[in-house]
Write a protein of this length. Structure first.
Length: 421
């Protein structure tokens, strides 16, 4: 078999050809010219993968032309010759090029590209800034390092100086480094155990004291006055945010659960609100099960006042101020501002604490019922495996009693010495 002809093009031809298409120089090297007066010119190499019939195209770079910089014919031929050598050795030039790129990729290059790919999913307004700070400033000691060379010692160099002083920030930084390196492994840029895994670093870092944060809560004895103040504010307000705040107090739910509450989740006949599983996947309820909230008389009245008669099932119950069609929920901090307007030293989550303190101090309802009313896990895994009921009847009684308490004119309300079920 005769050898394929090489060097079909002259240097002049390579720089002056303007006809669109592929122009062969022989041996797999082609000059490609795209259509148009200013069509792009580039060199490519075509070859077949050994043992298969698949053809692959490998870009070599832009081609030199009139008034255009790029690879000359001689430079392109040198690159083509290197590729032919790899093919003679039974290697795949594309795979070799990828391996070389992977070996040279630094943490900084990969982390920057990874951040761009995930930032669309960030929900917090400061999340992007926090990520950028970590991978650009805190990770500066490893930014220029190749991904494959990063080991536990390098991660410790970043974390050790800040582990005690700003532990929460250090933990977030560690988590982000771990995520970047996990992504690098998934894309084939490194292999082996992730050096930023907590399991690996835990024995090497000093134990820190993590202070438990408590949400500000009003004493439960102040709750009736707070509810009365919210009702007065609602009479002169142009929004339903004060009613939303009262509803959250009455049901002891999390703000996000009430904020994204939809009309179709309410059963007025059964006096129940069923929160879908996807909104219950929290640290307190990792099982992510539907959660039924029994509704007191006042809670039902609020819903009937805020839900339009012609509302669609997927409409939000507590709509944003400018969302007349209930297509958007109220703002994330709207209820917090409404509460602080009547009681500055209070948070929305603190309403749950006030409810829990009241149940423990002023009633004889069982502890487990109070915890279940807050959608907290009760018992260990074994107990939960055998507990199938949701104690709805008992929870309804405790929520009705709470509704009567916060809606009372005074802080004194007749309660049974022992709840009768």
């Amino acid at each position: 078999m005769a050898k394929r002809q090489l060097h079909k093009l002259s240097a002049r031809e390579a720089e002056t050809i303007v006809e669109a298409g592929r122009h062969s120089d022989g041996g797999g090297l082609y000059l490609v010219i795209e259509t148009g007066a200013h069509g792009r010119r580039q060199w490519i190499f075509l070859y077949r993968v050994r043992g298969t019939s698949r053809r692959r195209e490998l870009g070599l770079g832009p081609a030199k032309g009139k008034g255009k910089d790029g690879l000359s014919l001689s430079e392109a031929r040198l690159k083509a010759a290197d590729i032919r050598k790899l093919l003679t050795l039974g290697k795949d030039p594309a795979a070799e090029r990828r391996a070389l790129a992977v070996a040279d990729t630094t943490f900084g290059e990969f982390a920057d590209a990874f951040l761009i790919s995930i930032k669309a999913g960030f929900k917090g307004k400061n999340t992007l800034a926090d990520w950028t700070r970590d991978i650009e400033v805190r990770c500066k000691p490893i930014r220029a390092m190749k991904l494959a060379d990063i080991c536990t010692n390098e991660v410790l160099t970043i974390l050790s100086p800040i582990w005690i002083a700003i532990n929460r920030t250090a933990r977030e930084t560690r988590s982000r480094i771990e995520r970047v390196l996990d992504a690098a492994e998934a894309k084939g840029f490194r292999s082996g155990k992730n050096p930023a895994m907590w399991k690996t670093l835990k024995p090497l870092l000093p134990k820190s004291k993590r202070s438990k944060r408590h949400h500000k809560a009003a004493p439960y004895k102040d709750m009736p006055a707070i509810v009365r103040a919210l009702r007065v504010k609602h009479e002169t307000a142009d929004t339903t945010v004060n009613l939303a705040a009262e509803f959250i107090i009455l049901t002891a739910v999390r703000t996000s659960e009430a904020r994204f509450m939809r009309v179709g989740e309410v059963d007025f006949t059964e006096r129940l609100w069923k929160i879908p599983a996807e909104r219950m996947k929290t640290e307190d309820d990792p099982r992510g099960e539907d959660f039924e909230v029994p509704l007191s008389d006042r809670a039902i009245s609020i819903l009937k006042e805020v839900i339009p008669k012609d509302a669609a099932p997927d409409a939000y119950v507590f709509a944003g101020q400018w969302s007349k069609d209930h297509a958007k929920p109220f703002g994330m901090n709207a209820v917090l501002h409404a509460l602080k307007a009547v009681y500055p030293a209070m948070t929305t989550h603190g309403c749950r604490s006030s409810f829990r303190d009241w149940v423990g101090d002023e009633t004889r309802f069982e502890r487990d019922i109070a915890e279940m009313a807050l959608a907290h896990k009760v018992g260990d895994d074994t107990e939960q495996a055998y507990r199938r009921g949701n104690a709805l009847k008992k929870r309804r009684q405790v929520m009705d009693a709470w509704g009567r308490y916060v809606g009372s004119a005074s802080n004194v309300i007749a309660l049974p010495l022992r709840a009768s079920f």
